[in-house]
Design a protein around this ligand. Structure first.
Ligand code: DAK
Length: 257
């Protein structure tokens, strides 16, 4: 698939990079862009040479939300027909996905960042769910993910009254992992991605799954799930290698099996 709205690169250190690239529309998430993003995600997820995926925009904007011009005349059935903004694919991705956010992350853009496993923000990043200004509500996870990240009080204010969060506020409330200068947000995200991509792949995959299960299960179910995943790792060569390397005081060499 040739891409017109995103740029995709495979970088050294087993990192796949997807850049949203519709600058004139502030990276508004048109159905064409979302289709390309999902296709690139599927391809990088299936690529054994990639251990971690980074999604970014430009320094000015991560994404200003779904494409309002495209959506403005849509019927419910048309909205249903397009697989628009189904960010669950990010949660289900085998590889960790990091959002590198600078500038606006609004509406579906904020939801996209929140559906990633981690967020590295530039100090210029602004997060918000301004859908209420358009007479709608968040539809791609905003009402559910925001409350889990920042709590009910602030989530209500953001969703009911279009209150934006600065990068520093987003950090204080636990929405993002770190805030760094605008010049270095992408490098920071790529460094983090390379570090994770260099770790034992099966353990990374099961760790992501187990942490995400905490959203969905009772504590008892989650603890049981974690134990199964933990025991399963004792069938991997990497568990043997990791523990052997520790005892031999050397760096482990991961095989991904
Ligand atoms: N859609 C389309 N075009 C957009 C856009 C958007 N979301 N955001 C900006 N643009 C366009 C502007 O129209 C303008 O284009 P021209 O008029 O020059 O042709 C260009 O980008 C530059 O924008 P501005 O002139 O407005 O730039 P400023 O720097 O003055 O303002 C801004 C930047 C980000 C504050 C402002 O552009 C803005 O407020 N944008 C809209 C933000 C917003 O309301 N986002 C929420 C969209 S609703 C779904 C699930 C979820 C959703 C949809 C479906 N399903 C499950 C099916 C999600 C919905 C949303 O995200």
């Amino acid at each position: 698939m040739a891409y017109e709205n995103i740029l995709v690169e495979k970088l050294e250190g087993r990192v796949g990079l997807i850049r949203l690239n519709r600058p004139r529309a502030l990276n508004a998430l048109s159905s064409a862009l979302v289709r390309e993003l999902m296709d690139a995600l599927r391809a990088l997820n299936a690529d054994d040479e990639v251990g971690c995926i980074v999604i970014t925009g430009s320094e000015r904007v991560f994404a200003a939300g779904a494409d309002i011009k495209e959506m403005s005349t849509a019927t419910p059935v048309e909205m249903l027909a397009v697989d628009l903004l189904d960010w669950d694919a990010l949660r289900k991705a085998k590889k960790p996905v990091i959002a590198a956010v600078s500038g606006w992350a609004l509406g579906g853009g904020c939801e996209l960042a929140m559906a990633c496993d981690m967020i590295v923000a530039s100090e210029t990043a602004t997060f918000g769910q301004p859908e209420i200004n358009l007479g709608i509500i968040p539809g791609a996870g905003g009402t559910q993910r925001l409350i889990r990240a920042v709590g009910k009080a602030l989530a209500m204010e953001m969703i009911l009254n279009a209150r934006n969060l600065s990068a520093e506020e987003a950090y204080q409330f636990g929405l993002v992992n770190r805030v760094v200068p605008a010049e270095s947000y992408l490098d920071e995200a790529l460094t983090l991605a390379r570090e994770i991509a260099a770790r034992a792949p099966v353990a990374v995959r099961l760790a992501k799954e187990a942490v995400n299960k905490a959203y969905e299960m009772t504590l008892a179910e989650g603890l049981a799930y974690e134990q199964r995943a933990f025991f399963l790792l004792f069938s991997t060569e990497d568990q043997r290698e990791g523990m052997q390397a520790f005892m031999e005081k050397r760096k482990p060499e991961w095989k991904g099996r």
